[in-house]
Design a protein around this ligand. Structure first.
Ligand code: IMP
Length: 835
């Protein structure tokens, strides 16, 4: 009878030991690593000490994992991306280590506010939007699934700008995130690679009579590695995110300092280090700047050298490279890695072109993220001539062979050759990076089923006809650890109570929620959680925008980058429509809604910035009007990013996914909303279609033209004026915007917006979808009145999210593209050595 008591007290002793160990480690880091005592420690020191204490736990597992990769010598995957939108790491690391509660108790017992310490951490904002956040979710999944994987990117000193809203407009503030220390990164002074720029190519003949190219008189920059450990969830594996920072080379320093002009020499040195200074803040559009081109090559070259360095530790025969290495290109941004690998194989390792080409194609996979023409990278040939002359030769060699292949397959079709060539010959000659990436890879994938079909049938149709076996789809996903377990602890606690917590490793487990979706008690608890999350967001809104918001109103949310194709404007047209209906009939029955927007506009994208201006102007009018009080409110939350998103998704009722069909490649915000029990109003675009398939047509609000109908209407000749003339409500809304109703001090302010809709063709067909959207929103309102049914459908949305775990996506990449299996990292599974 006594035994259980002893066991129990043993458990308590163990827990106390654990708590003491945490406290000791925390205090030691505060004192010895940071040199602070209780008189001098700030809250930020508290965060740093805590982060170091957590990092200690990561490092041991990390070394074990890295050794296991070497010892097993299994194939590894390198995920190269110009963006990694990581957000905060501390809470996530604790959850993945299974130590969140232990740390919370220990730190709280010292008198600290644990959550406030977590909130001290700066977001690592090394990305713009979906593409960068996808890379971060993939890192979490790859570590969780024990896949031998590395993320490779750039250690930008300035991440995505901080957005302030001043007088209703976006103001960009530099994000100097490294100003204070970054406790997660480990600098690797010994991992330095030389990256060459400029210079010229000389051709000689070697003793065997072969042509040898040498790239000489280059300006060299060093790439130095900084590693961030990426812990998997409930596993021993910890992977690496390696980010490159630019440092001037010694030779470079000497050359300029020897010239005797000290200050100019320092200036030159700083210039060479600007490569990793700043993230380009444009999403889904290219900025054809020379510095961006250099950044892309800097990442590509340093990574290729690192890949080969690691390979060569175990192997001499480069023909084995495809058996040991897969490289995945996150869009074309790192596609210069293709000619770079060929260059290194030929020029530095004496392989023939054919050998190098064969190896390269087997190693690379390319993920396309957009079909928007303005986002497809094309670099002027003269950039290559000046900055990467050897790569230009290689690209021409690739293209010569490729064109011969096209001609052999499709004789007498010169137009096809012109369309497919890697070199665009019109106007200014350019290199089409997507064509290079397709030709140089064994796999080309889109990121949602519809998007992959568009790639095959439209954008890359010629390529699909030539290489059908290369094309495949990998629908995007998100990590449920961050986007439900961490960011919505109340909902995940409730789910655990009813169906257990296996969903954290296998999201399909959420299907079990279907059985309780009708259970009155479960629904009631679900509602209470949503209500509590909404109250928390109300507090945030009050603090940050001074607005009092009703937690009982429907939270109708559109948060994402501001872009015309995403159609925040269509949402605004609906808000103004409701406003007018209330003004016309102040007694009208309107379901109370709070419209919440957040998102950054690229600093150079003037119409997107004007859309922000319009949202805040409409908010001014709507929120002040006594007739609409208590019915509709409009909020624009500044500085959307990962940490703000974590607050918004759990509190949302309605998710706005309203892009013009055929324009949004996938979307991943749509998945985060639905996972947290929001209903979606959306077009049949991107992953919305697959979300509909999973949650059921009855549990999602679909409106608007399909992608096929969009294409057909464009072909027929789309005339937005027809819609303007025939829909009185629409016409009134547009007239209000253009007449200055929302900008009385500057009546012309919003003319560019109404012009783009009425006079410049309404490229994204807002007017064509307006009536259908407004009608669909009426159905949304109707359902919201029935809270019981709304909640049941919200539960069914969460229940249907199994497919959208990034674990599923990564499993497909690993099996179908990379040929990589998870490795068992538990201590003892693979021989490990310490010291
Ligand atoms: P990297 O791959 O050179 O970046 O090294 C990362 C980690 O891998 C090191 O800190 C070691 O823990 C481990 N490692 C590197 N080389 C070897 C090796 O040859 N055998 C076993 N483990 C290694």
């Amino acid at each position: 009878m006594n035994e259980p008591v002893i066991e129990e007290s043993n458990g308590i002793v163990e827990q106390l030991d654990q708590e003491m160990a945490i406290i000791k480690s925390f205090l030691e880091h505060l004192e010895y690593t940071l040199g602070k005592d209780k008189y001098s420690a700030t809250k930020y020191d508290g965060f740093n000490a805590l982060a170091y204490a957590v990092r200690d736990h990561l490092v041991e597992r990390w070394l074990d994992t890295q050794q296991a990769y070497y010892n097993s010598d299994d194939k590894r995957v390198y995920y190269i991306s110009m963006e990694f939108l990581m957000g905060r790491a501390l809470g996530n690391s604790l959850i993945n280590l299974g130590m969140y509660e232990d740390f919370k108790e220990a730190i709280t017992s010292l008198g600290y506010d644990f959550e406030a310490i977590l909130a001290e951490e700066q977001d690592a904002g090394l990305g713009n939007g979906g593409l960068g956040r996808l890379a971060a979710c993939f890192l979490d999944s790859m570590a969780t699934m024990s896949i031998p994987a590395y993320g490779y990117g750039i250690r930008y000193e300035y991440g995505i700008f901080r957005q302030h809203i001043v007088d209703g407009a976006q103001l960009e503030i530099p994000d100097n995130w490294l100003r204070y220390r970054n406790p997660w990164e480990l600098d690797r002074q010994e991992h330095l690679h030389t990256v060459k720029f400029y210079g010229r190519v000389i051709t000689t003949i070697n003793s065997q009579g072969q042509l040898v190219r040498e790239w000489v008189d280059t300006e060299d920059v060093m790439a130095m590695a900084y590693d961030t450990p990426i812990p998997g969830y409930q596993t021993h594996s910890v992977n690496t995110l390696r980010l490159w920072s630019a440092k001037s080379s010694r030779e470079f320093d000497l050359k300029f300092f020897n010239e005797g002009n000290y200050i100019r020499a320092v200036e030159k040195k700083m210039q060479s280090e600007t490569i990793s200074k700043v993230l380009y803040p444009a999403d889904n559009v290219i900025e054809g700047k020379e510095l961006r081109f250099k950044q892309e090559y800097f990442l590509a070259s340093a990574t290729v050298h690192d890949v080969l360095y690691r390979f060569k530790k175990k192997h001499n025969d480069l023909k084995l490279l495809p058996d040991k290495v897969a490289i995945q290109l996150n869009d074309t941004h790192p596609a210069l890695a293709i000619p770079e690998l060929i260059r290194v194989l030929i020029d530095l390792n004496s392989l023939s072109f054919d050998e190098a080409w064969e190896i390269t194609r087997k190693v690379f996979g390319y993920t396309n993220h957009t079909i928007l023409p303005e986002a497809l990278e094309q670099w002027p040939v003269w950039f290559f001539e000046q900055i990467l002359p050897r790569h230009l030769q290689i690209i021409y060699d690739i293209n010569d062979r490729f064109i011969k292949d096209i001609q052999a397959r499709f004789p007498d079709d010169p137009e096809r050759v012109a369309r497919m060539s890697i070199v665009e010959e019109h106007w200014e000659r350019k290199i089409r990076m997507a064509h290079l990436a397709i030709v140089g890879s064994h796999s080309v994938n889109g990121v949602a089923a519809l998007h992959s079909e568009i790639l095959k049938n439209e954008l890359f149709r010629d390529f699909y006809e030539m290489y059908p076996e290369r094309f495949n789809n990998k629908t995007n996903g998100i990590t449920q650890r961050r986007w439900l377990k961490m960011s919505n602890p109340q909902l995940s606690g409730l789910i655990d109570e009813y169906i257990g917590d296996a969903w954290t490793r296998d999201l399909f487990e959420l299907e079990k929620l279907r059985a309780v979706a009708g259970d009155p008690e479960f629904k009631e608890r679900w509602k209470q959680v949503k209500r509590a999350n909404k109250e928390a967001l109300c507090t945030y809104i009050l603090k940050h925008s001074g607005l009092v918001v009703d937690p009982d109103s429907m939270f109708d949310v559109q948060v994402k980058r501001i872009h015309e194709y995403k159609r925040q404007l269509l949402n605004v047209l609906h808000i103004i429509t409701l406003f007018n209906r209330i003004k016309d009939n102040p007694q009208a029955r309107v379901v109370p809604r709070t419209f919440i927007f957040a998102g950054k506009a690229a600093p150079s994208y003037s119409i997107a910035k004007l859309i922000i201006r319009l949202i805040t102007a409409v908010a001014e009018v709507v929120n002040r009007d006594p007739d609409v009080a208590g019915r509709i409110k409009v909020v624009f939350l500044a500085n959307y990013g990962v940490s703000l998103a974590e607050k918004i998704f759990p509190a949302s009722d309605l998710s706005e996914q309203i892009s013009t069909a055929g324009t949004e490649a996938s979307g991943t915000g749509n998945m985060k909303f639905a996972l947290n029990g929001a209903l979606t109003i959306g077009t049949l675009d991107g992953a919305n279609i697959e979300i509909m398939e999973e949650v059921g047509r009855d549990n999602i609000f679909i409106f608007g033209l399909t992608a096929a109908e969009v294409a057909e209407l464009k072909n027929r000749g789309y005339n937005p004026k027809e819609y303007y003339n025939s829909n009185l409500e629409l016409r009134r809304v547009l007239d209000m915007i253009s007449s200055g109703f929302f900008s009385p001090g500057a009546p012309d302010l919003f003319h560019p917006i109404t012009d783009s809709l009425l006079n410049l063709g309404d490229h994204y067909m807002l007017l064509a979808d307006y009536a259908s959207y407004v009608k669909c929103q009426e159905q949304v309102s109707e359902l919201f009145l029935n809270q019981d049914e709304w909640t049941r459908r919200a539960i069914l949305n969460s229940a249907g999210m199994g497919k959208f775990s990034s674990d599923r996506t990564i499993e497909e990449y690993a099996r179908e593209i990379w040929g990589i299996k998870p490795l068992d990292i538990r201590p003892g599974a693979v021989e490990l050595q310490r010291h």
